[in-house]
Design a protein around this ligand. Sequence first.
Ligand code: NAD
Length: 264
Amino acid sequence: MEILEEAKRRLKASKYTVVFTGAGISAESGIPTFRGKGGIWEKYPPPFFGNPIGIILSFLFTPRRVRDFIVDAGEMFLNAEPNRGHIAIAEMERKGIVKSVITQNIDSLHEKAGSRNVVKLHGNAGKWRCMRCGKKKESSKEEMRAVIEEIRTVSGRVSFIQRLRRIIPSCECGGIMRPDVVLFMESLPMREWERAVSEAHLCDTMLIVGTSGVVYPAGRIPFIAKNNRAFLIEVNPEPSSLTSFTELFIKGRAGEILPELGRM
Ligand code: NAD
């Protein structure tokens, strides 16, 4: 495949490659993409479950649906393992081809696969964040499982609140903690955004994998790289909103294409 060979040549010649990923890279790990058919977001629409106001309203009117959402989403993240795509990217970092990964995903599968320099634009589903001082606390798999089990049996708003008070860790500053994820309508963590912008300025090649490119401001990252004359390579089974701006489009699944790209 000529395009694949051209992409390999580019990566080999590159001095600073940055990978930019979205939900598509984790699809083969069993985490559905945001817009994919039959995914979790079809069952729990983002206007009700993907932003703070929607979640509060859903909690007031349909607490059992919020319970089911937390249990389903929690189990999905808990059971997911890195796939061949994540592993290939980590391997390319070890070989010195890839310098960093900027991800929109909250699943930590890049880190689990061995990637070390990961910029997480939308947070981490496996951590808590203090709403007062910003301090973070990592949850072990066992702790996350215990949270899911506690939530699974709540039946109404009162028992839900009682359980939440029991399971949500408290911060040393006395503040309340919440999952360390960025919901729609919330701002991105400033430090991570600045790191992402800096990596986009530094790279001469950007490998874009599994993103529709329509979630902003994250979707600006490939354009920042392009404005700095980076060469854009995209891997996706379908053309995305970014495809017409990329130099090379490799049509295919991350788990099939990335191991091949990394073979050099
Ligand atoms: P998206 O759902 O808008 O787009 C996914 C893209 O991945 C599509 O272009 C699709 O064609 C492509 N794709 C599907 N299967 C693929 C595969 N096997 N290999 C490569 N590409 C594949 O996702 P987005 O652009 O990341 O935006 C959605 C938002 O929702 C993000 O902000 C993200 O934070 C969040 N999200 C995260 C996760 C996760 O953490 N794994 C999962 C779903 C959504």
